[in-house]
Design a protein around this ligand. Structure first.
Ligand SMILES: [Zn+2]
Length: 143
């Protein structure tokens, strides 16, 4: 068995819901990373039963908004010199800027001019629904 459990430097996304790693891989555009990226799925987990893990062996600038939207509760481990130097637990973001698009075709944000800093506010945590700050239309992140 190849030992992929330890990386020297980079980011490990742990506790990803089983089967979701490939969605994250695409959404975080990990195909752009030129260093090693390891995607592991259906790994045994005491807390989750099964989980997915992604290891990125470089300092990759992750879009944490996208990560939080797709995989809240993911643990992000930052590794340097083979040691974990920082750990963050993701949550569904309360406010999302620049990632979502309003579903309402008549919304001002869908007019020709782009509205800078267009925000969406978390409305329903269970359904991952966000409310447009301009027209109150509910939207979810399209994976
Ligand atoms: Zn809107």
């Amino acid at each position: 068995m190849i030992n992929v459990s330890k990386i020297k430097k980079g980011i490990v996304l742990d506790h990803i819901e089983a089967g979701r790693a490939h969605v994250l891989y695409r959404a975080l555009e990990l195909e752009k990373v030129t260093d090693a990226v390891v995607l592991m799925q259906n790994i045994f987990s005491t807390s989750l039963g099964k989980k997915d893990i992604i290891k990125i062996e470089t300092d990759y600038n992750i879009d944490f908004t996208v990560l939080g939207l797709i995989a809240p509760h993911t643990t992000v481990n930052f590794i340097e010199d083979g040691e974990r130097v920082k750990k963050i637990r993701m949550e569904l973001p309360e406010v999302v800027e620049g990632v979502l698009k309003c579903k309402n075709p008549r919304c001002i944000t869908n007019s020709e001019r782009e509205i800078a800093g267009h925000k969406f506010y978390l409305y329903d945590r269970e359904k991952k629904e966000y409310k447009c700050e301009y027209c109150d239309t509910l939207t979810t992140y399209g994976e």
